[in-house]
Design a binder for this molecule. Sequence first.
Ligand SMILES: [Zn+2]
Length: 401
Amino acid sequence: MVQRLRECIIAKKRAVWAAAAIIAGFCVFYLFFRSAGPFRGRGGQPFIVRIRVVHNAEKIRLSADAPCRVRDAATGGLLGDGIEMKASAGISPYEGGIKLDDTEFPAGRLRVSVPGGEALTLDGTAYRGEMDIIRTRGGLDAVNRVELEDYLKGVLPCEVNHLWPFAALKAQAIVSRTFAVSQVLLRRRRDYDMTDDTFFQVYGGKTSEKWRTTLAVEKTKNKVLEYNGRIFPAYFHSCCGGHTEDASRLWNEGIPPLKGVRCAWCRWSPYFRWQARVPARVMIRKFKDAGYDIRRVDDIRPGARDISGRLEYLRIRSGNKWFEIKGSDFSRLIGSRVIRSTNLRIKKYPFFYYFSGYGWGHGVGMCQWGAFGLALRWWSAERIVKHYYPGSRIVDLREVI
Ligand SMILES: [Zn+2]
């Protein structure tokens, strides 16, 4: 009897252990695949971003190592399958649609994909995902349709040095992901969400990917910043020069995470301090090119400064007339690689003006060189982004979309 009771207890224990092992195994399996799986939005669709990589080209060269599939992007109808796209294949517009070498497709928008998932090479640059070729008034546009995480792998190495401390790379991944999602959710444009240049974020496709930046994207997978339940445009810039800018002074973004913070860690930047010498004749030409009716620039004076030290406006004298120009407009007009920020001083010399200033870029959001400096002080990526976007929270994209 005692023996049977013992056997029964042992059997029960084994059953409990087996159940625990199955539950633990299931948890590990769930957690692994939950974190490794690609993001799926509502309805199970992958989170796709649309990046315009070519604008108004007369001809596009598109190739792939595997046979391609061509669809009508407007209707989804299959136009061709198993099409070999050699490196010499040229795509051009014609009256009734778009031509691929000598094959004519009677559609204004083609969607080219490789069923095996191999990259498409467009004018020498490899891209993941699909490529939309759109006929425009000026020629052809190419729009890369790519999953969010794959897009970020092609953004990070173009926006930061891939050899930077890993926490700075992870911070950039969270910020770039947040910015991209905010732009996609706006759905401002019919054919694309962002361009591949500094107007949004620089994107170099698969060709530009580096393993450390790719790892930073993977380690922060689906992590985004939110404020009050909303994913906001997490702007960033190269170097703030001591204090980041209040976004409401530049654009219509008056939320606390974009109000501006002190930053004492970007002195590593080669542009923390900058100087520029601009001849008066060059300035006059630039003003004229921008539509200003002036013949001379007799004096330039700084206007009011905001809390970050940036000029809200500059006052300019031409003859006996004074006029005002916004600081950001002045930088754009003379050239953002010459007047790198609006936190500047001005000195007048007989034939030129001497500008000296701090920082590079609009100054809103994360200071990339500041993130670099903080990562060197062992700050984590999460702590860095929370410093530059105060009041924001890091959340999983799946929780807020
Ligand atoms: Zn800074």
